[in-house]
Ligand binder design. Structure first.
Ligand code: AP5
Ligand code: MG
Ligand code: ZN
Length: 208
């Protein structure tokens, strides 16, 4: 049983790393961003409420996101643990999670601010399998895993990215202190190759 949180600013590599580590540990990746994007494209009631916040780079209200996560961690495939990618993002969400289940490790992926904008503005996503790439490594616009035609996320435009970074600093960064105070935090240097970051994370989660 291993309940892990990946913390970090937009573009830190939470999605990239949680996909890899999820396969390695055979526990699901729970990305609230991916869940919300699916809800938006299916026009569910949650998606309709969330869209305007996401387009503006603001956080979706806590009640909506906490309900989503509560239902998800209750599913069968989570019984041996899970990786939360992009949740919690506020102290209220962290408190709600603490009431739901134990947290074993919080991995804080640290990347200097000036790197983040370049990473995010070059990001391309696979609509079929959810993999994230960068234009510099995948200029042909095809997914390396399944061949899907890559697209750019709506909220990856520069204006919105700057607001997402501001929102991260104001609302999510306090969680670093929150989890450090509870003895759960491990910070890894995310400004390395994808492979090296994966190794650092593997060491961090095995050190329990
Ligand atoms: P979400 O989808 O979670 O976006 P985010 O937090 O802004 O994070 P990103 O997905 O942009 O970055 P990432 O860390 O996953 O980086 P990635 O691996 O893709 O949330 C979107 C929106 O949904 C929010 O703005 C909010 O509105 C809403 N939302 C979601 N959760 C919420 C919550 N809990 N509460 C309220 N609202 C919520 O990598 C980025 C790029 O860098 C890629 O191109 C990748 O190829 C590249 N890259 C990755 N690693 C490396 C490396 N080591 N070296 C070089 N390049 C790398
Ligand atoms: Mg992500
Ligand atoms: Zn794909």
């Amino acid at each position: 049983m291993m309940n892990i949180i990946f913390l970090g600013p937009p573009g830190a590599g939470k999605g990239t790393q949680s996909q890899i580590v999820s396969q390695r540990l055979s526990i699901p990746q729970i990305s609230t961003g991916d869940m919300l994007r699916a809800a938006v494209s299916q026009k569910t009631p949650t998606g309709l409420k969330a869209k305007a916040y996401m387009d503006a780079g603001e956080l979706v209200p806590d009640e909506i996101i906490i309900d989503l996560v509560r239902e998800r961690v209750d599913e069968d495939d989570c019984r041996n643990g899970f990786i939360l990618d992009g949740f919690p993002r506020t102290v209220a969400q962290a408190d709600a999670l603490a009431a739901l289940c134990a947290v074993d490790r919080v991995v804080n992926i640290d990347v200097p601010q000036e790197r983040l904008v370049a990473r995010i503005s070059g990001r391309r996503m696979c609509p079929d399998c959810g993999a994230a790439y960068h234009v510099s490594t995948h200029p042909d616009g095809r997914c390396g895993k399944c061949g899907g035609a890559l697209y750019q996320r709506e909220d990856d435009r520069e204006e919105t990215v700057r607001n997402r970074l501001r929102v991260y600093e104001e609302q999510t960064q306090p969680l670093i202190e929150y989890y450090a105070a509870r003895g759960l935090l491990v910070t890894v240097n995310g400004d390395e190759s994808i492979e090296r970051v994966t190794e650092a994370i593997a060491q961090a989660v095995e050190r329990t």
